[in-house]
Design a protein around this ligand. Structure first.
Ligand SMILES: [Ca+2]
Ligand SMILES: [Ca+2]
Ligand SMILES: [Ca+2]
Length: 292
């Protein structure tokens, strides 16, 4: 319209055309009295501009991450005619992306006005495996080329933490029995798996009391779920109470402690029953949780 207003008949604005339309320009001369013969150009079909390749941001090439749910992130492809783009994300354990090697193959809608797009899969990737990934884009008309293929690994990580690392019973009298099962008085230890693989945990402690035998019923523990599904109950030291010992042996107290954050925490309950000949004074013991 602006072109017409400016009396320009030699160009067409891009808003006035659509992809795949055919256009032809025809000219008819007029000497002020009569039209001459009309001449027309060849027919031109308006082609789609193919989107350029996207470019990976994370995981970077030749990198490693402990994240088994990596948030794949890339710079968006550009499309010269401004089409909305959809991305295909492929992750494989072979650089050939053979069908059997592909573990993620999904499409992600790009967001207009944002220059990066990302994707996190619902399934965890394996540890200690080399992965390859690439992305391509399509504008709905033509598939763009793939990005480069880049590779990354997820090294296995065994890592535990103790969100609650102290159990303090305060003043306890001889012949009384106190424990951590009523968390409103004294809370149990909480152990959490911060790594990216399952862990088998063994719990030992130094001696607590001066009098009486060790191990004995004077100083006991058991483990329970803090988050449902956090470990294999049937092969672990769940209730009833069992005596603390300072010998690791072949015992596993928490079997297959899960690493997923929704179910990676365990309570370790403690019970003490001071012997009736235990002298007055402060008592403490070191509880050690080791994993493999
Ligand atoms: Ca396009
Ligand atoms: Ca958790
Ligand atoms: Ca975790």
């Amino acid at each position: 319209m602006l072109a017409l207003y400016n009396n320009r008949t030699d160009f067409i604005h891009s808003d006035e055309t659509l992809k795949n339309e055919t256009w032809q320009a025809c000219v008819t001369p007029n000497d002020g009295i009569v039209d001459g013969s009309t001449a027309c150009s060849n027919v031109v079909t308006l082609r789609n501009a193919i989107p350029a390749a996207p470019f990976q941001i994370f995981p970077a090439d030749n990198s490693s991450t402990f994240l088994r749910f990596p948030n794949f992130t890339w710079f968006n492809a550009t499309d010269a005619d401004g089409d909305n783009l959809t991305y295909r994300v492929e992750v494989a354990n072979s650089a050939t992306f053979s069908t059997a090697s592909v573990v993620i193959n999904t499409t992600v809608t790009g967001r207009v006005g944002i220059n990066v797009t990302n994707y996190t899969d619902f399934n965890p990737l394996e540890v200690d495996t080399e992965y390859f990934w690439r992305i391509s884009s399509t504008d709905g008309f033509t598939n763009g080329t793939f990005s480069n293929t880049t590779n990354f690994t997820i090294p296995s990580l065994l890592s535990l933490s103790l969100p609650i690392d102290l159990v303090s019973f305060g003043n306890v009298t001889q012949d009384s029995v106190v424990n951590t099962t009523n968390a409103s008085t004294v809370a149990p230890f909480v152990l959490r798996n911060d790594g990216n693989i399952g862990a088998n945990v063994t719990i030992i402690s130094t001696r607590l009391f001066l009098q009486g035998a060790f191990p004995s019923t004077a100083y006991q523990y058991f483990v329970e779920e803090n988050e449902t599904g956090s470990f294999n109950l049937s092969n672990s030291s769940i209730f009833p109470w069992r005596n603390f010992t300072n010998i690791t042996g072949t015992r596993v107290d928490i079997k297959a402690l899960d690493w997923n954050d929704t179910q990676d925490a365990v309570n370790i309950h403690v019970m003490i029953a001071p012997p009736n000949d235990e002298p007055q004074g402060n008592r403490s013991a070191n509880v050690t949780m080791s994993a493999e």
